[in-house]
Ligand binder design. Structure first.
Ligand code: CU
Length: 158
Protein backbone atom coordinates (compact mmCIF):
# COMPACT_ATOMS: atom_id res chain seq x y z
CA UNK A 1 0.00 0.00 0.00
CA UNK A 2 2.77 2.37 0.97
CA UNK A 3 4.68 1.54 -2.21
CA UNK A 4 1.55 2.15 -4.26
CA UNK A 5 0.96 5.56 -2.65
CA UNK A 6 4.56 6.44 -3.19
CA UNK A 7 4.41 5.65 -6.91
CA UNK A 8 1.22 7.69 -7.21
CA UNK A 9 2.97 10.59 -5.55
CA UNK A 10 6.01 10.28 -7.81
CA UNK A 11 3.70 10.13 -10.83
CA UNK A 12 1.84 13.27 -9.74
CA UNK A 13 5.08 15.15 -9.13
CA UNK A 14 6.42 14.13 -12.54
CA UNK A 15 3.20 15.13 -14.31
CA UNK A 16 3.21 18.54 -12.65
CA UNK A 17 6.78 18.99 -13.76
CA UNK A 18 6.05 17.92 -17.34
CA UNK A 19 2.91 19.95 -18.01
CA UNK A 20 4.06 23.28 -16.63
CA UNK A 21 4.78 25.58 -18.38
CA UNK A 22 3.02 24.71 -21.66
CA UNK A 23 5.59 24.46 -24.43
CA UNK A 24 4.41 25.13 -27.94
CA UNK A 25 5.58 22.51 -30.42
CA UNK A 26 3.81 24.29 -33.25
CA UNK A 27 6.08 27.31 -33.64
CA UNK A 28 9.18 27.07 -35.83
CA UNK A 29 11.65 29.92 -35.87
CA UNK A 30 14.81 30.50 -37.89
CA UNK A 31 16.18 33.70 -36.39
CA UNK A 32 19.31 35.78 -36.79
CA UNK A 33 20.86 39.08 -35.82
CA UNK A 34 23.79 41.26 -36.78
CA UNK A 35 26.85 41.62 -34.62
CA UNK A 36 26.79 44.69 -32.37
CA UNK A 37 29.63 47.23 -32.43
CA UNK A 38 31.87 47.46 -29.32
CA UNK A 39 29.83 49.07 -26.52
CA UNK A 40 26.60 48.89 -28.54
CA UNK A 41 23.63 48.24 -26.26
CA UNK A 42 20.93 47.65 -28.88
CA UNK A 43 20.36 44.90 -31.41
CA UNK A 44 17.61 43.36 -33.51
CA UNK A 45 16.38 39.84 -34.23
CA UNK A 46 15.17 38.99 -37.75
CA UNK A 47 14.03 35.78 -39.38
CA UNK A 48 11.00 33.68 -40.21
CA UNK A 49 8.39 32.59 -37.66
CA UNK A 50 6.14 29.76 -38.82
CA UNK A 51 2.97 28.66 -37.06
CA UNK A 52 2.13 25.01 -37.78
CA UNK A 53 -1.04 25.10 -35.69
CA UNK A 54 -4.66 25.41 -36.82
CA UNK A 55 -5.15 28.63 -34.81
CA UNK A 56 -3.44 31.97 -35.16
CA UNK A 57 -1.26 33.20 -32.30
CA UNK A 58 -0.24 36.67 -31.23
CA UNK A 59 3.17 37.35 -29.76
CA UNK A 60 2.73 38.52 -26.17
CA UNK A 61 6.37 38.90 -25.14
CA UNK A 62 9.95 38.02 -25.96
CA UNK A 63 12.46 37.25 -23.24
CA UNK A 64 16.18 37.55 -23.84
CA UNK A 65 18.23 36.87 -20.72
CA UNK A 66 20.89 39.44 -21.58
CA UNK A 67 18.60 42.30 -22.74
CA UNK A 68 16.57 44.62 -20.52
CA UNK A 69 13.76 44.84 -23.08
CA UNK A 70 12.78 42.91 -26.19
CA UNK A 71 9.85 44.23 -28.24
CA UNK A 72 8.35 44.23 -31.71
CA UNK A 73 9.36 47.26 -33.78
CA UNK A 74 8.22 48.33 -37.21
CA UNK A 75 10.38 50.52 -39.40
CA UNK A 76 8.62 53.13 -41.47
CA UNK A 77 10.11 55.56 -43.96
CA UNK A 78 8.70 59.06 -43.44
CA UNK A 79 8.06 61.54 -46.27
CA UNK A 80 11.42 63.17 -45.53
CA UNK A 81 13.09 59.82 -46.30
CA UNK A 82 14.16 59.23 -42.71
CA UNK A 83 13.51 55.78 -41.25
CA UNK A 84 11.84 55.68 -37.86
CA UNK A 85 10.98 52.73 -35.66
CA UNK A 86 7.77 52.39 -33.72
CA UNK A 87 6.24 49.82 -31.41
CA UNK A 88 4.39 47.12 -33.30
CA UNK A 89 2.60 43.84 -32.78
CA UNK A 90 2.86 40.44 -34.38
CA UNK A 91 0.20 37.84 -35.21
CA UNK A 92 1.22 34.61 -36.94
CA UNK A 93 -1.74 33.24 -38.96
CA UNK A 94 -2.81 29.61 -38.64
CA UNK A 95 -0.59 27.44 -40.87
CA UNK A 96 1.23 30.60 -41.93
CA UNK A 97 4.43 32.49 -41.34
CA UNK A 98 5.77 35.99 -40.87
CA UNK A 99 9.11 37.37 -42.05
CA UNK A 100 11.15 39.80 -39.94
CA UNK A 101 13.92 41.57 -41.85
CA UNK A 102 16.16 44.64 -41.83
CA UNK A 103 14.25 47.83 -42.68
CA UNK A 104 10.96 46.19 -41.73
CA UNK A 105 9.48 44.41 -38.71
CA UNK A 106 12.04 43.19 -36.16
CA UNK A 107 12.43 42.24 -32.52
CA UNK A 108 14.28 45.15 -30.93
CA UNK A 109 16.73 44.35 -28.15
CA UNK A 110 17.41 47.21 -25.74
CA UNK A 111 19.90 47.31 -22.89
CA UNK A 112 22.15 44.45 -24.03
CA UNK A 113 24.56 43.32 -21.32
CA UNK A 114 26.84 41.60 -23.86
CA UNK A 115 28.08 42.23 -27.39
CA UNK A 116 26.50 40.01 -30.04
CA UNK A 117 29.45 38.30 -31.75
CA UNK A 118 29.62 36.86 -35.28
CA UNK A 119 29.42 33.05 -35.27
CA UNK A 120 27.43 32.93 -32.04
CA UNK A 121 24.06 31.43 -31.25
CA UNK A 122 21.97 32.88 -28.41
CA UNK A 123 18.76 31.61 -26.75
CA UNK A 124 15.46 33.47 -26.40
CA UNK A 125 11.89 32.66 -25.41
CA UNK A 126 8.60 33.72 -26.99
CA UNK A 127 5.26 33.77 -25.13
CA UNK A 128 2.06 33.46 -27.18
CA UNK A 129 -1.56 34.57 -26.84
CA UNK A 130 -2.79 30.96 -26.41
CA UNK A 131 -0.79 30.76 -23.16
CA UNK A 132 2.06 28.69 -24.58
CA UNK A 133 5.70 29.62 -24.86
CA UNK A 134 8.48 28.45 -27.16
CA UNK A 135 12.28 28.45 -26.90
CA UNK A 136 14.52 29.34 -29.83
CA UNK A 137 18.03 30.44 -30.80
CA UNK A 138 19.19 33.23 -33.05
CA UNK A 139 22.41 33.17 -35.06
CA UNK A 140 24.62 36.23 -35.24
CA UNK A 141 26.19 37.41 -38.49
CA UNK A 142 28.51 40.32 -39.27
CA UNK A 143 27.96 44.00 -38.49
CA UNK A 144 25.46 45.46 -41.00
CA UNK A 145 24.77 42.11 -42.66
CA UNK A 146 21.52 42.14 -44.72
CA UNK A 147 20.87 38.39 -45.03
CA UNK A 148 20.70 35.38 -42.66
CA UNK A 149 24.07 33.84 -41.77
CA UNK A 150 25.02 30.23 -42.55
CA UNK A 151 23.93 28.05 -39.58
CA UNK A 152 26.85 25.65 -40.14
CA UNK A 153 29.40 28.00 -38.59
CA UNK A 154 27.59 28.91 -35.39
CA UNK A 155 28.14 27.76 -31.84
CA UNK A 156 26.34 28.43 -28.56
CA UNK A 157 27.95 31.43 -26.86
CA UNK A 158 25.91 31.36 -23.64
CU1 CU B 1 13.85 48.77 -33.57
Amino acid sequence: MFLFLRSVLVFLLLSAFLVSPVKSEGIEVSAWSRATPPGGATGAIYGRIANNQNHSVGLVSVEVGFAQHAMIHETEIKKDGVARMRHGSLVIPAAGSVLLEPGSTHIMLIGLSLELSPGCRYPFRMTWSDGSSSDHDFLTGELGQMFPPDPAFHQACL
